[in-house]
Design a protein around this ligand. Structure first.
Ligand SMILES: Nc1nc2c(c(=O)[nH]1)N[C@H]1C(S)=C(S)[C@@H](COP(=O)(O)O)O[C@H]1N2
Ligand SMILES: [Mo]
Length: 327
């Protein structure tokens, strides 16, 4: 954890930035309907994942792929957040609704880890994570990350362009969105026992967004395989969007005609929309997005439109001005 820094006047306490009040309402509503938590407990859970021991996980099995060469096109001006800081301050609600989930996340078995690719594709397939990582062109990129809670970090991700995975999947021309789904196993992820959350975690992008060079499938960080708290073995990084779009520990990738409803959108659509592009001028309903607290330094800096990636992505949103693009 970084040292405690003086909190600027505009900042919200992080617990205030998590929509617990929304969950409380949800609970009340369910009660009012005569549906106790028990009534929905256990509904819709996928079969438990096979357990494996730590020495035989995805990281050990792909260690030889690291470090990958840095792609200098994605180098940026900010200092890299120290690894001990970013790996001890994580959002991963499957393991708890606070930042100190690193230890609990070590319980996640990452081998075997099959990824399903389905929906509107020429041929649905299941591919082992290891095989996918070995097949894809791995490179390192330095990216900024801006959480909707108004903190940010800069990390060297290793991975491959999402467009390479789209090419592998051969989507049909009717596919308009890519939908991502996280594992669902309450027996290893205690947060998933909190049945008022709409597990599994889901996220989505348009096909155009998926084809943008910046959209990156992450398999490693700091020159090593991804540590579990970062979303091992495979996560997304969409640096121009709020951090919640960068879904962790992906098990399923589906091509759809309908726009996916994401985890946070399902919880509070007015606060966390589908697009969620970073914009300092559009406040979250409960706090400002004008500035951000830089992890580790504690410095407060102005937030940039599209998190500073406007040159690469602004064209994706031409003609969509009627949409709620920035929340
Ligand atoms: N499956 C899943 N993915 C997730 C989350 C989560 O709770 N579960 N949190 C999101 C949020 S809000 C952020 S800011 C980033 C945090 O990534 P980090 O812990 O690597 O910094 O992961 C995103 N991806
Ligand atoms: Mo976030």
């Amino acid at each position: 954890m970084p040292a405690i820094h003086r909190r600027p006047r505009w900042a919200v306490a992080e617990h205030a930035a998590t929509p617990e009040d929304v969950f409380a309402n949800r609970r009340t509503i369910l009660k009012g309907l005569g549906l106790g938590m028990g009534a929905i407990a256990g509904a819709g859970l996928l079969p438990g994942m096979a357990r494996a021991q730590g020495g035989d996980d995805a990281a050990a099995r792909t260690a030889a792929l690291y470090p990958a060469e840095r792609n200098t096109a994605y180098t940026i001006e900010r200092d890299v957040t120290p690894e001990d800081v970013s790996s001890a301050y994580n959002n991963f609600y499957e393991f708890g609704s606070h930042k100190q989930i690193a230890r609990a996340a070590q319980a996640l078995p990452t081998h075997p880890w099959d990824i399903e690719i389905d929906g509107l594709v020429e041929k649905p397939m299941t591919i082992a994570f290891e095989d996918l990582a070995k097949r894809m062109p791995l490179e390192e990129r330095l990216y900024r990350h801006r959480c909707v809670e108004a903190w940010s970090m800069t990390v060297p991700w290793t991975g491959f362009p999402l467009s390479a995975l789209v090419a592998l999947a051969s989507p049909l021309s009717s596919a308009r969105y890519v939908r991502f789904e996280t594992f669902n196993d309450p027996s290893v992820a205690g947060g998933q026992k909190q049945v008022w959350y709409p597990w599994p975690y889901v996220e989505g992008v348009t096909m155009e967004e998926a084809g943008n060079d910046l959209a990156f499938m992450v398999t490693g960080v700091y020159g090593k395989p991804l540590a579990k708290q970062f979303g091992a073995p495979l996560r997304l990084a969409l640096p121009w969007k709020y951090g919640f779009k960068s879904i962790k520990s992906i098990r399923r990738i589906s091509f759809t005609e309908e726009r996916p409803v994401s985890f946070w959108e399902e919880i509070a659509a007015s606060e966390y929309g589908f697009w969620a592009n970073v914009n300092p001028q559009v406040p979250h309903p409960r706090w400002s997005q004008a500035e951000e607290r830089v992890l580790h330094t504690g410095e407060t800096v102005p937030t940039q439109l599209f998190n500073g990636y406007g040159e690469e992505v602004a064209a994706l949103y031409a003609g969509l001005e009627s949409e709620q693009l920035y929340r």
